[in-house]
Design a protein around this ligand. Structure first.
Ligand code: NAP
Length: 247
């Protein structure tokens, strides 16, 4: 039976390269994001690489649109193997403006965007008695970041959801992997001039992500240098040190 993969945020970066990796294995891929033109380009490359794809132009903050598009994806022939709740945005909190709009947009996309993506698949996975769900969290989830606390907080929230969901749905053979990348090359990171230690290519990142999800890792932090050197700082460094390091 044809295997299906659903990916949000498939129009660029990690989501786009995840789609290519699965296309090479011959999967049918549901490509979801807001930019239709980009999705169409990604879909045509998926076909070239030996896969099949269908574009779903949607905003993950819109619950009804997610439900409708996911219902369509579920109804297509084949078995859903894995879904990736990958769509996300990052931007400064803009604390000094006194306006919560910027923070709320990040929280809505990165938190409700995940629930709007994952929950519509749960009845399917439960009745199929298997399924893999990957949620793209971040290394940033391990500490409240100065000026990016909406981002770090949203990523902590979804990592926490995965832990709860794993325990709630373990008996149905549904696994949830909270993926915590360090810096990965993408539209989100490539045009910034902040230091990006241990940054890795999108291709290398997706290979690591897919392996972790296939092995049903509950939390996957990469690359190894980040796990070894950055995570301890994120978890245990005193605030004066993180202020000094501008984390
Ligand atoms: N790159 C890194 O270093 C890094 C590190 C840790 C975690 N992450 C996480 O990895 C994920 C992918 O990011 P990326 O690095 O690949 O950045 P990216 O190239 O900017 O990709 C973000 C994707 O999310 C989609 N998206 C954003 N808002 C959306 C919305 N409201 N509805 C639907 N789709 C939406 C974008 O598509 P449209 O604009 O077309 O909608 C785009 O496809 C994000 O969750 C990010 O937080 C990235």
């Amino acid at each position: 039976m044809k295997k299906k993969i659903f990916i949000t945020g498939a129009s660029s970066g990690i989501g786009e390269y995840l789609a290519y990796a699965y296309a090479k294995k011959g999967y049918f891929i549901g490509l979801a994001a807001r930019r239709e033109d980009k999705l169409i380009q990604v879909a045509s490359k998926c076909f070239e690489l030996g896969g099949e794809a269908k574009c779903y132009t949607l905003d993950v903050t819109n619950n009804e649109s997610c439900q409708m598009n996911i219902d369509d994806f579920i109804s297509l022939p084949g078995e859903i193997d894995t879904i990736y709740a990958n769509a996300g945005v990052g931007a400064p909190d803009q604390l000094n403006t006194g306006d919560s709009t910027a923070m709320n947009r990040i929280l809505l996309t990165n938190i409700m965007g995940v629930t709007n993506t994952v929950l519509p698949f749960i009845p399917y996975f439960k009745s199929n008695k298997k399924g893999k769900v990957a949620v793209i969290s971040s290394v940033a989830s391990f500490r409240g970041l100065a000026h990016h606390s909406a981002y770090s907080g949203s990523k902590a929230a979804v990592r926490n959801f995965c832990q709860g969901w794993n325990n709630a749905l373990h008996k149905y053979n549904i696994s949830f992997s909270a993926i915590c990348p360090g810096f990965v090359s993408s539209e989100m990171t490539d045009n910034q001039d902040n230091p990006q230690p241990f940054k890795i290519s999108t291709n290398i990142a997706v290979d690591k992500i897919i392996k972790a999800v296939e092995n049903r890792k509950k939390v996957y932090i990469f690359p190894w240098q980040v796990k070894l050197f950055i995570i301890p700082i994120m978890k245990w460094a005193p605030d004066w040190l993180t202020r000094l390091l501008k984390i």
